[in-house]
Write a protein that binds this ligand. Structure first.
Ligand code: ATP
Ligand code: MG
Length: 291
C-alpha cells in the first residue's frame, strides 16, 4: 500500500504539506505535555479503560495534571466510566475545551458526542471496501481530535487504546516515539499469549515499553476481606517486560465504573492501594532515563 510519501504529483492537493502542517499543529498543541502514555494490550476486555481512568485518578489525587484521550472511537468506555456522557464540548480560548471529571481529569471520549445507541459511521464510496478506508479515517479523526482540543500544560496524557495487537502497533506508529506504552493483561495464558505478541510487535517500534499491569489478579471478597484466586495459571507471566503491579478484581470497582464514580470515593481497599502502587510505579518508569 502506498504511503503519503510515495505519492508523486498530488494534482494540486498539497497532501504532503497538509500532513506535515497537521503534524506540526499536533506537536505544538502537545508541547506542554510532559509524558504521553498509551494504555494497550492487544487483548480485549482485560481492563485497559478501567486502569487508564483509575490510574489517572490516583495520579490526580497526588496533584498531577492528567488528561485522557479515549482512542476507542467505536467502543468508547471513558465517557460512561468517567461520568462525562452528557458533557457539552464548548470553545476554549483558542481550541475546544475538554470536559472534566468530578476529580479533575480532562477527558475526550466519543461517548460524550455520540449516544450509546448509535455507531460511528465512516462513509465509504465503494461497496465492500469500507475496510480500506476505515483505519485511515479513524487515524485522520484521531489527528483532528489531537489538534482541535486544548490539552494545555499536563503531566500526563493517557491514550485509552482499543483492542487488537495490529492496531496497537498502528497507534505506536501514528502517535510517534514520544508516546510510551503500558500494557495490560490478566493472569490467563490466553491473554498473556496475546499480550506477548503485542510486546514482540511493539519491540520493533522506537516507542518505550514501560511494562505491564496484571489486572484481575485475584478476586477481592468483601465478605471475608481477602483476595482469593480467580485464574489458575503460573505465577510467572512469561512477559519479558517489567511488571508494574497487580490489581485484583473488585465488584465494587466494576459498579463504580458503570456508574461513573471516580476512585476518590472508593474507600481504601486492596484495589485502591494496588492502583495507587501501580500509578507510582508508572511515574517511576516514566521518570527513569530510557535504556
Ligand atoms: N480490577 C477490576 N475490578 C472490577 N472490575 C473490573 C476490573 N478491571 C476491569 N473491570 C471491569 O471489566 C469490564 C471490562 O473492563 P474494560 O472495559 O476496562 O476493559 P478493556 O480492556 O478496556 O476492554 P476493550 O478491549 O473493550 O476496550 C468493565 O466492566 C470493567 O468495569
Ligand atoms: Mg476499553
Amino acid at each position: 500500500m502506498k504511503r503519503y510519501h510515495d505519492i508523486v504529483g498530488d494534482g494540486g492537493s498539497r497532501i504532503l504539506e497538509q500532513v506535515a502542517e497537521q503534524r506540526t499543529r499536533i506537536a505544538d498543541g502537545l508541547a506542554a505535555v510532559r509524558h504521553l502514555v498509551a494504555v494497550g494490550s492487544g487483548k480485549g476486555g482485560v481492563g485497559k479503560s478501567t486502569l487508564t481512568l483509575h490510574l489517572a485518578g490516583a495520579l490526580c489525587a497526588r496533584g498531577l495534571r492528567i488528561a485522557i484521550l479515549d482512542a476507542d472511537f467505536n467502543g468508547p468506555s471513558q465517557a460512561r466510566m468517567a461520568g462525562v456522557q452528557g458533557a457539552l464540548l464548548v470553545p476554549g480560548s483558542h481550541k475546544v475545551s475538554l470536559p472534566r471529571t468530578r476529580n479533575g481529569i480532562a477527558v475526550f471520549s466519543m461517548g460524550s458526542v455520540i449516544p450509546e445507541s448509535e455507531a460511528l459511521e465512516f462513509e465509504s464510496t465503494a461497496r465492500g471496501e469500507s475496510h480500506t478506508w476505515r483505519a485511515t479515517r479513524e487515524f485522520a479523526l484521531l489527528g483532528e481530535i489531537l489538534e482541535s482540543f486544548e490539552w494545555g500544560a499536563l503531566d500526563l496524557l493517557m491514550f485509552d487504546l482499543p483492542p487488537g495487537a495490529e492496531r496497537t502497533v498502528q497507534y505506536a506508529d501514528f502517535l510517534g516515539p514520544r508516546t510510551s506504552f503500558l500494557l495490560v493483561t490478566i493472569p490467563s495464558e490466553v491473554a498473556r499469549g496475546v499480550v506477548a505478541r503485542s510486546v514482540a510487535a511493539l519491540s520493533k517500534e522506537p516507542n518505550r515499553l514501560l511494562g505491564y499491569v496484571e489486572n484481575m489478579s485475584g478476586y477481592y471478597c468483601r465478605d471475608c476481606n481477602t483476595v482469593k484466586p480467580l485464574f489458575v495459571s503460573p505465577d510467572d507471566s512469561g512477559l519479558e517486560i517489567p511488571c508494574l503491579g497487580t490489581v485484583p478484581f473488585d465488584p465494587e470497582l466494576a459498579r463504580h465504573c458503570d456508574m461513573g464514580i471516580p476512585l476518590a470515593q472508593l474507600p481504601a481497599t486492596p484495589v485502591g492501594r494496588a492502583l495507587d502502587h501501580v500509578a507510582l510505579q508508572l511515574l517511576d518508569a516514566l521518570d527513569r532515563e530510557p535504556d
